[in-house]
Design a binder for this molecule. Sequence first.
Ligand code: ADP
Ligand code: MG
Length: 237
Amino acid sequence: GLSPEAYRCKHEITVTGHDVPPPFTSFEATGFPSEILREVLNAGFSAPTPIQAQSWPITLQSRDIVAVAKTGSGKTLGYLIPGFIHLKRCHNNSQMGPTVLVLSPTRELATQIQDEAVKFGKSSRISCTCLYGGAPKGPQLRDIERGTDIVVATPGRLNDILEMRKISLHQVSYLVLDEADRMLDMGFEPQIRKIVKEVPARRQTLMFTATWPREVRKIASDLLVNPVQVNIGNVDE
Ligand code: ADP
Ligand code: MG
């Protein structure tokens, strides 16, 4: 196998932060529980993508992270699998509210994330609920009441449900802002900030984005603590 430096160079990975762990260049190197490894091998994946290889060891150290990589680079499993492992460590009661919260800009993307969470989390007995607008609230509220480990939500609908006091985020300890640049482009910043106020400060925060403009840097500096940053390729500002 390649040395960490050679792997980073080959895949145009740049990292900023102190004591950044070396990338996992194979699935065997991840040390993931066997039921999770089985799922990725069943999916036909032969190796982690570069963003997965470099972000997994950082996230598994429970550190905050900013990951900048273009669309299609495998960011979803980049945060979902460490989220599954975080859930196993927490032993929270899902009836008291979710432990993992993923914010996503659109219904379509939120649904895709949920599909991936269900597919890869089923053998770990992980439950996931999707909250988005343009659909009746009733079934979504029933899913929350039933108990759920993971909530994937668009900021608008989650805020509505928070205002109705139909969900508690006091148990969330793993917060993901997915497609952060798009969420800000769509004007979700006020909703995101209101939601984050409901999440305990003692948490791990992950930000995934395809670009790294000033507005995204600003919200990252407000919401993340000493993040490690991982960029793949040339990063558009
Ligand atoms: P992004 O969020 O960066 O746009 P996705 O997470 O949607 O990318 O992943 C794009 C596609 O790559 C999905 O179909 C996903 O299942 C697949 N994928 C994820 N990880 C791997 C991997 N390690 N090897 C091959 N394909 C993968
Ligand atoms: Mg994505």
